[in-house]
Design a protein around this ligand. Sequence first.
Ligand SMILES: [Zn+2]
Length: 384
Amino acid sequence: MPFEFTAPARIVFGEGAVRDVAPAAAALGRRALVVTGARGDRAAPLVTALNTSGVSCVPFSVAGEPTIDLVREGSRFARGEHCDLVIAIGGGSALDAGKALAALITNTGDPLDYLEVVGRGQPLQNTPVPMIAVPTTAGTGSEVTRNAVLASPEHRVKASLRSASMVPRLAVVDPELTWDLPPAITASTGLDALTQLIEPYVSTRANPMTDLYCVDGIRRAAAALPRAYADGKDRAARHDMAWASLLGGLSLANAGLGAVHGFAAPVGGMFPAPHGAVCAAVLPHAMDVNVRALRRRGADGEALRRYEEVARLLTGNPQAGAADGVAWIADLCRRLEIPPLRTYGVRPEDFGVLVEKAAKASSMKANPIVLTPEELTEIVSRAA
Ligand SMILES: [Zn+2]
């Protein structure tokens, strides 16, 4: 079966890997836009190292998930500062903002010219400036993907800026950077990582290379996530979650996602809910509805066989069936105290528009079976 695989030119993984950023940056540019989350001071040691390596730094902090306005103004600011390199260190919001800014520094049209769904979806004309991505959560995998998710508050939707040229030049994944994550963030980002391994594995676009990543990632995340949640200083668990998150990013970038992420875009666009928290709340219900839909009318048994393999990897029981995997995930969500979607304001009167938007979301295209509006409604009503 033919397939293609896209990944950063270079990935550095391991405890202490963040020390590789400054020398690598010095080879890529002279003046870096350093994109961080709300707490920009966490990047202080990196900024010192960059200055020592001869790279001057322009700080840029991103308080929440990036919006179209933020990257419009940020790219103008970065051009004025003559930045020839972007380094993003933070969670998915900082990394996605950094990827979008790297693209918009050299592509001077409006972000809406290039944005999918709410914009004109035109291809980027120019190569983005080099970009280095340094994740500080173990969840999004954004350090190795080709899109940046931007919120459009006026449309109440999230949409992607997407181009093969937006894959970061260098991804530096240092598990030590995740040691301080509080339990609730560990839980939601960790379940996003697990979702980003399960959905590509059962996706219609799965390929032999992403299968390898998903199998190892699911097994490791299943064992490590409860431990990292219980004890943030569990080095081995943090290591495995950082590794699983990286594998999830590589897998979703090359095999697509499914119904969970189909809902994540509209829920995240309409309500102030962090991406990982939405995925965590939706995952067990989307798996359950998918498995039952496949049993009722699946054309071939391949997707069901894959759900059975997921169950075996999650539970460690070679006799486990697909339903055991669903039950294991539901139990994990209870143990990790994942709040339901109503916590973020999702109400029954919102289900109709969420189902309509989820059905059209780009992630939904790779779901192993086309779900009916009734099945999609069941997912969101149970997750709420
Ligand atoms: Zn995700």
